[in-house]
Design a protein around this ligand. Structure first.
Ligand SMILES: [Zn+2]
Length: 324
């Protein structure tokens, strides 16, 4: 299945390939040569810090508050991140329609990627964010074709804006994530990462909201064509170690990306406070690499200070090379 938007983005693909060949290696190449790469931290947390109001569309800020958005990837690059995301987590038309902005999906995603590209310059990677649509195939909310078309439109626009890759993140359902990976793979040249969010069950196992295990996720996403797999959000960096170990035991040679929350938020005076300090997170980086992680960053509640601490901790830790 191909999407009509494919026809209009040949130029962007050529520009991106040229960038990769002339300057930096791909994320996969860099990880498989043994480097530990550091990705960025939270976006939502920082946008709320810049006065994004509850109920306001974060992606609209890419055009209406461009300078504020640009400060986010710039601050992560300054903290030492190798990879930054984009302000496009809810950028599919299926999410934007709640704000009456579905028809601006391409424009907003293009703007999101352009902003992060500007911050990243030629020497850092832009791994654009693609979040869940909020529609469940299993519930009959939507057809496969509509889902595919929405992911295709978003990914093509992100590539046009200058992204090197995308991270299909915070996923919980295999079917939706498979369609997203396929839509990106069949319509763009983006490097594809896919990360799921797991919770610990009462019996102590990790499962997504839809009951998917880390190993099931890993096999399905590699089969679908993801080049990087992993986990994001969740309950904090400590639980990520076990999740990574499970994935690594089944998958010896695919880079694993971990973007952990700064712990489980607690409500203090009506707002979410994340308990894990930069020092707490940095203290677990060694164990995460030992478990098999190749790319480490943060999710909700993490800040440039967390990323700077993770960068410092990762320096000098030799990445465990994937076994053949
Ligand atoms: Zn998160």
């Amino acid at each position: 299945m191909h999407c009509v938007c494919r026809a209009v983005h040949g130029l962007a693909v050529a520009v991106r390939k040229n960038r990769l060949s002339s300057r930096v290696k791909s994320i996969v190449d860099q990880s498989s040569s043994g480097s530990i790469l550091i990705s960025d931290g939270a976006w939502g947390t920082l946008l709320h810090g810049k006065d994004l109001k509850p109920g306001e569309c974060p992606e609209l800020w890419c055009v209406e508050h461009r300078a504020d958005v640009l400060q986010i990837p710039s601050s992560y690059i300054a903290a030492g991140a190798d990879i930054v995301g984009t302000n496009s987590f809810g950028g599919s038309r299926l999410k934007l329609q709640a704000y009456g902005l579905a028809e601006r999906a391409a424009e907003l995603n293009r703007a999101a990627a352009e902003i992060s590209r500007e911050a990243a310059g030629p020497n850092h990677h832009v791994l654009a964010s693609i979040g869940p649509t909020g529609k469940m195939l299993a519930m009959g909310d939507i057809s496969e074709k509509e889902l595919y078309g929405a992911f295709c439109e978003q990914a093509v626009a992100l590539e046009q804006g200058g992204a090197d890759g995308c991270c299909i993140e915070t996923m919980s359902a295999v079917d939706e994530a498979e369609i997203a990976v396929r839509a990106v793979r069949e319509n763009t040249g983006l490097e594809i990462a896919c990360t799921f969010t797991f919770d610990r069950t009462l019996s102590g196992e990790y499962r997504t909201m839809m009951g998917v295990s880390p190993v099931e996720m890993a096999r399905a996403m590699i089969d679908a064509g993801a080049a990087i797999i992993g986990t994001n959000c969740g309950n904090g960096i400590e639980g990520m170690i076990e999740i990574v170990r499970e994935i690594r035991s089944e998958v010896p040679d695919v880079p694993i990306l971990v973007n952990a929350n700064a712990g489980m938020p607690v409500l203090v005076a009506g707002r979410d406070v994340f308990p894990d300090t930069p020092e707490v997170m940095a203290g677990l980086v060694g164990a995460l690499v030992e478990a098999g992680a190749n790319i480490i960053g943060g999710c909700c509640g993490t800040t440039p200070a967390h990323i700077a601490a993770i960068v410092a901790a990762a320096k000098g830790i030799p990445a465990r090379r994937a076994e053949p």
